[in-house]
Ligand binder design. Sequence first.
Ligand SMILES: [Ca+2]
Length: 71
Amino acid sequence: MYWVRQDAATQTARAPGALLQRFLDLDRNGNGKLTPDEFPDPSLFKQTDANGDGVVTLEEARAFFSRNGRE
Ligand SMILES: [Ca+2]
């Protein structure tokens, strides 16, 4: 099927686009920031919101994932 071919491409494209894509998926209202209700896990949100302003920016998400050793 058509989608099977996409898997190899998806794996090679893990970084840095994978994080951006994930971020955009989570950012349901498209304002470029993640709020707690857009985040899958509230405790994870607190860890990711480095400056504690109540929103997670792409930079904070990127820093969080690099701290945790995954893209
Ligand atoms: Ca923040």
